[in-house]
Design a protein around this ligand. Structure first.
Ligand code: CO
Length: 246
């Protein structure tokens, strides 16, 4: 998982230095796919088929690139051009050596509205606070409540119908990791458990991310911006070990 996670992190570092206004999202996707294959990995999301939804075609790209009111699963396109003031969430998964790594970051393009900038920073902090609860002996929803409390203290809303997940030989494993919940509830965390923790936080009051029939991209209910950060971590005794670092 360290090997696949390192590639994910290196891709997101590369995206961070290349992303700019005027660029098509598909351009970033091609760069990412080339980098992953050059380093002996396979893109985890490419051809991913959602369980139990025959209306949705297998995922067609390496990255999910979700801009402003798009919460997650934005499909890269030649026609989607990044603009000044956008917030751009880039999610990347890599499979290597039998294991997946999964991580996301939200990039700010040029001058971003101060309130939107705060949304991005708070979402990053939500991930940090969630990770700090991922220690052996805690309960799963200690992670969830740490994320929720921090987001709500700024008046932001938590997207409830999209969640983090266990991860390993499959991209999505048990248990679901919600970004809301009550402390001291949920399964007890044990050393060695691997989780993808991924707060999706919105500026308005949206509690769900909505997709049109047959489409991948999921947007906020009220069209307000949303941010997303994710790391793959391993539960340890004193402090979680982050797999998705360069
Ligand atoms: Co994930």
């Amino acid at each position: 998982m360290r090997a696949s996670g390192a590639i994910v992190a290196q891709v997101l570092d590369m995206i961070g230095s290349e992303i700019r206004e005027g660029m098509a999202t598909l351009h970033l996707d091609s760069m990412a796919e080339t980098y992953i294959r050059d380093h002996g990995g396979v893109p985890s999301f490419l051809n991913y088929a959602p369980k139990g939804d025959p209306d949705v075609a297998p995922y067609p790209a390496t990255l999910c690139i979700s801009i402003n009111e798009e919460v997650v699963h934005g499909v890269p396109s030649n026609r989607r051009i990044i603009q000044e003031g956008d917030i751009v969430s880039v999610d990347c998964g890599v499979f290597k050596g039998g294991y997946h790594g999964d991580s996301a970051r939200t990039y700010m393009i040029g001058e971003v509205d101060p309130k939107v900038r705060q949304l991005v920073e708070v979402t990053r902090e939500c991930l940090e606070r969630g990770i700090s609860q991922a220690i052996a002996g805690n309960h799963l929803h200690d992670i969830s409540s740490a994320v929720e409390e921090h987001a709500r203290s700024f008046g932001f809303s938590v997207i409830e119908n999209m969640v983090g997940h266990g991860i390993g030989t499959d991209l999505h494993e048990e248990p679901p990791v919600p970004n809301y919940g009550r402390r001291k509830t949920g399964i007890k965390l044990r050393e060695g458990m691997a989780l993808a923790i991924e707060p999706m936080i919105a500026m308005g009051r949206s509690r769900n991310a909505i997709s049109k029939n047959g489409e991948w991209v999921a947007v906020t209910e009220d069209g307000k911006p949303s941010a997303h950060f994710e790391h793959t971590i391993i539960v340890r005794k004193d402090r979680a070990e982050i797999m998705t670092l360069p």
